[in-house]
Design a protein around this ligand. Structure first.
Ligand code: 5GP
Ligand code: MN
Length: 328
């Protein structure tokens, strides 16, 4: 599971003219930020760059410079010298945007990453894929401009929910400062990416909050396709409801089910320190981080709910019992 050296990555970029970059479905700030951060810097270095997200850029991130360059599909007959994925722990996370091309370079920060690239740069200690780029871009021969710094700082702010997740480090804070020095406006990006919300988004939350349930220290709820329609919410994501759920004090783990229109349910887990939900997500072929993980599971909402809640309850019992036996 060796990481590529920075010199190897520099050489990969030097020897490539046409470069394809992709990130994951239901993109978050780090997916879009890392894609734009690396994509724009390679473009500035004179490369022909194609950036792709199979779900496109969500409306709330359309403030990012260059977002309109991101497409949703690349035709199978177009050839590239280098194919890069960002912020994706397995190739399925990319969706159908890049067909079945081989991945030359996989840059990510998920502990569950499968090292599926020909070359891999996986740093589970990094708070965001954008943090990895902020740290190393210059050693790969690339430069920061204001739009690049803004993209990467947006990734850093969103994955750390405003520098407050438990994996936050002095290094991440220093890299945030470096991005500010390169021209990114922290309060402006913070407000745009974490605070500003649409009426439809909050309305959508309302449907899930009404259905919210709790058993012991587990809280869960669901967003259905009907809720999405009634609220007039356009995305197929959780509209950031996870952040609100994870602020509930009386629980250790929250689970959010978001019904999808392909007979799948997107499941998100959030947990308090001491609980590792990435293992749970991984057991459902998903992935993520100890405190925030997800999986895309086939089945009806009722089927998926039953299975996931059973396994999550079992996990919580096991962990809680272990804690009691250890006397903490
Ligand atoms: P969220 O629950 O907000 O979608 O994602 C939480 C974390 O889990 C993110 O780091 C995200 O990349 C990861 N994640 C979410 N869904 C999936 C999935 O279906 N597969 C994998 N491998 N990771 C996921
Ligand atoms: Mn990320």
């Amino acid at each position: 599971m060796n990481n590529a050296s920075h010199e190897e990555i520099r050489q990969l970029f030097n020897h490539a003219d046409r470069i394809l970059l992709a990130s994951h479905v239901r993109p978050d700030g780090d997916a879009i930020g890392s894609l734009l951060g690396l994509g724009l810097s390679l473009e500035d270095a004179g490369k022909e760059v194609v950036m792709v997200l199979s779900d496109g850029v969500t409306a709330n991130f359309r403030f990012m410079s260059g977002y309109e360059k991101i497409c949703t599909k690349v035709s199978d007959d177009k050839s590239f010298d280098l194919v890069i994925t960002l912020d994706a722990s397995d190739p399925e996370r990319i969706g159908n945007a890049i067909g079945n091309r081989n991945i030359d370079l996989n840059i990510d920060h998920h502990v569950t990453n499968l090292h599926f690239g020909k070359h891999n740069l996986v740093d589970p200690l990094a708070t965001a894929t954008s943090e990895i780029l902020a740290e190393h871009l210059e050693s790969w021969g690339l430069k920061f401009t204001k739009p690049i710094a803004e993209a990467l700082l947006t990734g850093l702010i969103t994955d750390t929910i405003g520098f407050r997740t438990s994996n936050m480090s002095p290094k991440a804070l220093k890299l945030g400062a470096k991005l500010m020095e390169a021209g990114a406006n922290l309060p402006d990006l913070y407000n745009k990416s974490l605070i500003d919300r649409s009426y439809a988004q909050i309305n959508y939350w309302g449907y899930a909050l009404e259905k919210m349930e709790r058993k012991d220290r587990l809280v869960w709820t669901a967003l259905t396709l009907a809720d999405r329609k009634m609220a007039g919410y356009n995305g197929n994501d959780d509209a950031d409801l996870n952040t609100l759920l994870s602020s509930i004090a009386e629980c250790d783990v929250t689970v959010l089910f978001v019904e999808q229109n392909n007979h799948h349910v997107k499941v998100s887990w959030r947990s308090k320190p001491g609980f590792n939900v990435s293992e749970l997500a991984f057991s459902f072929n998903g992935g993520g981080h100890p405190a925030a993980a997800g999986a895309d599971i086939e089945g009806t909402l009722e089927e998926v709910k039953k299975d996931v809640l059973e396994k999550t309850t079992g996990y919580l019992k096991k962990i809680t019992k272990g804690k009691i036996n250890n006397g903490n």
